[in-house]
Design a binder for this molecule. Structure first.
Ligand code: C2E
Ligand code: MG
Ligand code: MG
Ligand code: MG
Length: 288
């Protein structure tokens, strides 16, 4: 064993692997107990119409408010949820909260939600989402579902049938993170996408890197002719926003408009902008 080999690098390597496993086990058991306690919650990132500067809605981003670890990123817990089979229930529980939140916002505001490729292997996914919409009273035409290209690889015909059922309900579908991973133009016609989201890696380098700018321009033109308007993600300053507006991107989101906000913080900025029409004073008091 590594112990018998003494103080060599294999021993050190074993310890670090053991530590990694330990961390991972701690996270996994924390997730199992945290899900029923409501520690997994939606946060919201503003999406802006670049031509008018108006708020059009939000992308919902999952967060884990862990009592021991603080605010944990989905980049940490989504892969664990996928590997352990928790992703389906976890996603539905966060979606329910998001629909409950967003049904009280101005009717013009949309929400975009991320769905894991693993969830597109569940033949009942569309029915489960529609059931949530009915139960919460959130209108399907204000919902956009973001899926990545990797969703297309495992079981394309199932993904096509799920997306078909969702679209029949009036739900829109966006292709997320376009331009990363195994991007292919063929993917644009694999599913009837309503929108393309250009990945942050292109957007953030658009001013320094002429290739990035050329790619964003080309995708925008392509999207326009295919009837798929563009959302650019990762806008961090005014100059990038200007450039994207000139290129003709329809929407943008990013830290320039603010960090992702909790339910309460989101309600606050919407109230300030008179975008909480159905909200009564007593509801605000109870909810906060
Ligand atoms: P994504 O869908 O591409 O979401 C955008 C990510 O970029 C978010 O990270 C967001 O906080 C971050 N971001 C937004 N604007 C900026 C910016 O201006 N600069 C920089 N540096 N970053 C920005 P987040 O929230 O950590 O989410 C990471 C990924 O986790 C998401 O990528 C999405 O793929 C996944 N994810 C989030 N929520 C869910 C969920 O409920 N279900 C599933 N399956 N995946 C989720
Ligand atoms: Mg997304
Ligand atoms: Mg994205
Ligand atoms: Mg991205």
């Amino acid at each position: 064993s590594a112990k018998k080999q003494g103080r060599n690098r294999f021993c050190w390597f074993d310890n670090s692997m053991e530590q990694e496993l330990q961390t991972r086990n701690t996270l996994e058991s924390g997730m199992r107990s945290g899900i029923p306690k409501g520690e997994f919650v939606p946060y919201y990132e503003q999406q802006i119409d670049l031509a008018t500067g108006k708020l059009t809605g939000f992308e919902m981003l999952a967060r884990w408010e862990s009592p021991t670890q603080g605010l944990v990123s989905p980049e940490v817990f989504i892969p664990i949820a996928e590997e352990t089979g928790m992703i389906g229930d976890l996603s539905l529980s966060i979606l329910r909260q998001a629909f409950d939140d967003a049904k009280n916002w101005d009717q013009s505001l949309t929400i975009s939600v991320n769905i894991s490729p693993i969830q597109l292997l569940d033949p009942w996914l569309a029915q489960k989402i529609v059931k949530l919409l009915v139960e919460t009273g959130f209108p399907p035409n204000r919902l956009e579902i973001e899926i990545t290209e990797s969703s297309l690889f495992e079981n394309l015909s199932l993904a096509q049938s799920i997306v078909g059922s969702l679209k029949n309900q009036g739900i829109r579908i966006a292709l997320d993170d376009f331009g990363t991973g195994y991007s292919s133009l063929a993917h644009l016609r694999a599913l009837p996408f309503d929108r393309i989201k250009i990945d942050r890696s292109f957007v953030s380098s658009i001013l320094e890197n002429s290739e990035s700018a050329a790619i964003v321009k080309a995708i925008t033109g392509l999207g326009e002719s295919l009837g798929m308007p563009i959302t650019a993600e990762g806008i961090e300053d005014k100059e990038i926003e200007n450039e994207l507006r000139n290129i003709g991107c329809a929407k943008g989101q990013g830290w320039y408009y603010g960090r992702p906000l909790s339910t309460e913080q989101t309600r606050k900025i919407l109230a300030e902008r008179n975008l909480l029409p159905s909200q009564r004073a007593d509801e605000i008091a109870v909810g906060s």
